[in-house]
Design a protein around this ligand. Sequence first.
Ligand code: TTP
Ligand code: MG
Ligand code: MG
Length: 356
Amino acid sequence: MRLILLVDMDYFFVACEELRNPKLKGKPTVVGADPKTGRGRGVVSTCNYEARKYGIHSALPISIAYRLKSDAVFLPVDYEYYEKVSAMVMSALRPFADKFEQVSIDEAFMDVSKKAGSYEAALELAKQAKQKLNDELHLPCSIGIGPNKLMAKMASEAAKPNGIKLVKEEEAKKFLEEMPVDKLYGVGRKTTEKLEAMGYKKVGDISHANPMNLMDKFGTYGIDLHKYANGIDESEVQENYEVKSIGRERTFDEDTSNADQIIQKIKEISHEVIEEIRKNGFAFKTVTLKIRYSNFEEHLKSKSLNRLSNDEVAMVDAALELFWKYYDKSELIRKIGVRVSGLAKYKGQKKIVDYA
Ligand code: TTP
Ligand code: MG
Ligand code: MG
């Protein structure tokens, strides 16, 4: 039997802001684009639960958030700071797990099958982990416990805010049954529309459906959908490694703005990085291009791929895309670097690691 935890921090960016400014606690607070007294463009990154009471939520246009609660506290995104807090969260959690997989800035799967051994012990472990985050970092989180990643994730949603929810294997199907289909993990707007057009409104409708009907409409993903609706997910928790990133950089003999020359260099560096990646058996998720101009000004630009990859073409494409976005032929470049991060071990597969 597998025992999987999913820890997801509550209202993470705002919780980080409250950490360095406790006066914010209890006040509706929004992190995101500048509202510019209602005329701002861009969206809400997140907000605390006080702000959610007014209907504000992630991805909402900031102008609408402002309309809903103009006297809320509006703060800009300080991603670098949140990443530092995130790193502390992850190091606090890692020792609780046999296998640990960070999946986003505020969320990680933990396989505790060996460390816990039973649902009761897994629950105890979740309480300890939660307590630790509270005592040491003063940050709230929610934890889902289940027999696989899917159920741990679904349980964590039900645990929010600041709770722990255990769903045992034998309870999984029932737990999912009455949920609207769009609540099933991984089901987006398009899939929801298709499912509803087929007459499937609740997750239970999918679990009782003939998998062949789903396959007709969705291909092999239809089979997965049927499994998920039944609470089945065989994917393993994939250990992320401590190595944070691998990169190389090169200084030009003479500062240059010649695009051909720069592209050639990007390709060379990427080739070295990919060799290093493959030697270590890693795959990467994010490509970062570093440009240092002749005045020593430095720019870092990143692009995340949809899936883990160890493909040289994917790396070069991403790096060149970033380059063309920021290339300005009136500016001389002194140094260029390519770095990949979001690393994971890849097992067996030849090229693309098939894990979205
Ligand atoms: P989430 O874990 O989805 O949300 P949350 O932590 O803010 O709130 P919850 O208590 O419901 O878990 O996302 C983590 C962080 O990622 C969030 O704090 C801000 C960022 N984020 C965005 O920038 N845009 C988005 O649309 C979402 C969903 C999150
Ligand atoms: Mg969260
Ligand atoms: Mg999250």
